[in-house]
Design a binder for this molecule. Structure first.
Ligand SMILES: *[C@@H]1O[C@H](CO)[C@@H](O)[C@H](O)[C@H]1NC(C)=O
Ligand SMILES: *[C@@H]1O[C@H](CO)[C@@H](O)[C@H](O)[C@H]1NC(C)=O
Ligand SMILES: *[C@@H]1O[C@H](CO)[C@@H](O)[C@H](O)[C@H]1NC(C)=O
Ligand SMILES: *[C@@H]1O[C@H](CO)[C@@H](O)[C@H](O)[C@H]1NC(C)=O
Ligand SMILES: *[C@@H]1O[C@H](CO)[C@@H](O)[C@H](O)[C@H]1NC(C)=O
Length: 324
């Protein structure tokens, strides 16, 4: 009797493991990327008609490397390079400009280099990249901001923060209808410029940023976002055959829908085929197509801040966007 019971228990555990093993992503810290997308969504809601580009990797000719930009916000008359500091605790600034964070029961203190310095450093790098792609911005059009969206962020003295920093209190106070609050950091200096000129600049800026190098993104169930690089699909041969065309050069977005047919779990993938080639603009036409594969098919993904490659079953994926 005991033998049966133990065997039953072991089988049950194996079954549970099988059912709930959605790859090994549980230990991955996604709080930074989740914060990025939470901030990006709120900004797009606050500034009607604005566009946010998350997770850019801008080539820097001087250093010969790519520079991470958390996000760029493009509004009607201005663009901002935004760094998100999802830090919590009591934050003050020391005499060298470093941020001193005190958090936790033990009042552990952490010292961070002034994030406004890094953000301001990225502005001319992005300007140079845009210029190289034919988008010349008026001086001062692009500037940098640091947003602290963590509800547990507490400024010891809010007066010490430079105007480039949006503390949590200021972040919560931003309201769409509050034009005066906006102009605090959306300067409005370019409002007087010719409307058509502004619109065409805006359009050019957006189309250039949308084809700039950025991290691929994976949106998982439970409001989780991962930035990194899509590697490949893993699964049964016939499924892989159906997915063979899903490659960076052809596909920009993939949305997963689940269906269950006769007890066999399948996922319908809605795939946006959209040529990324920005050199022949206009010629690019995009179209949605569908593919149906087993939900156990896996997406192999390399998160940008992890050394380990991760696998995610389609059953846990909501969408994936591939960079140009
Ligand atoms: C910020 O980080 C905390 C943990 O440090 C995390 O719980 C939270 O989801 C993150 N995102 C936001 C928007 O605060
Ligand atoms: C990953 O990308 C985010 C968003 O651009 C960036 O803040 C972060 O520094 C990157 N991490 C690494 C290790 O490159
Ligand atoms: C931790 O620091 C805060 C703010 O400076 C203070 O109010 C609190 O009493 C400190 N707690 C401990 C255990 O030292
Ligand atoms: C804020 O602090 C509270 C209490 O320490 C904690 O329960 C909560 O998870 C924290 N929130 C974030 C977003 O870090
Ligand atoms: C990934 O990012 C989070 C949040 O920024 C950080 O706490 C963690 O140490 C990073 N991991 C690696 C491997 O860089």
């Amino acid at each position: 009797m005991w033998v049966e019971l133990i065997c039953g228990l072991v089988l049950f555990c194996l079954l549970m493991l099988y059912l709930f093993d959605d790859g090994d992503h549980l230990d991955l810290d996604t709080s930074h990327s989740n914060a990025l997308f939470a901030v990006a969504n709120r900004l797009e809601q606050l500034y009607y008609g604005s566009k946010v580009y998350v997770g850019l990797q801008i080539p820097d000719a001087d250093s010969g490397s790519r520079q991470n930009i958390d996000m760029v916000l493009v509004t009607k008359g201005e663009a901002l390079v935004i760094s998100v500091m999802n830090i919590s605790g009591f934050v003050s600034i020391d005499k060298n400009g470093n941020w001193v964070c005190t958090a936790g029961l033990s009042n552990k203190t952490k010292c961070l280099p002034d994030p406004t310095v890094e953000t301001k450093r990225l502005v001319p790098i992005l300007e140079a990249y845009l210029e190289q792609r034919g988008v010349v911005l008026p001086e001062g059009y692009l500037s940098g901001k640091v947003i602290c969206p963590n509800p547990n962020f507490s400024a010891v003295d809010s007066d010490v923060f430079p105007p480039e920093v949006i503390t949590y209190d200021q972040w919560t106070q931003l309201k769409p209808e509050q034009r005066s609050m906006l102009s605090g950091w959306i300067k409005g200096a370019f409002r007087s410029a010719k409307k058509e000129m502004q619109e065409s600049l805006n359009e050019k800026l957006c189309s250039t940023l949308s084809t700039a190098p950025m991290w691929d993104r994976l949106e998982l169930k439970g409001n989780k976002y991962i930035l990194g690089e899509f590697m490949e699909f893993k699964g049964k041969q016939d499924d892989l055959q159906a997915l063979i065309n899903i490659r960076r050069s052809k596909v920009s977005r993939l949305i997963v829908q689940k269906i269950s047919m006769f007890g066999f779990a399948r996922s319908t993938l809605q795939v946006l085929y959209s040529p990324h080639d920005y050199r022949n603009e206009g010629a690019a036409s995009s179209e949605w197509k569908e593919a149906m594969v087993r939900s156990s098919t896996e997406v192999v993904f390399q998160p940008n801040n992890s050394t380990k490659v991760r696998k995610y079953k389609l059953s846990s994926v909501i969408s994936m966007s591939l960079s140009a």
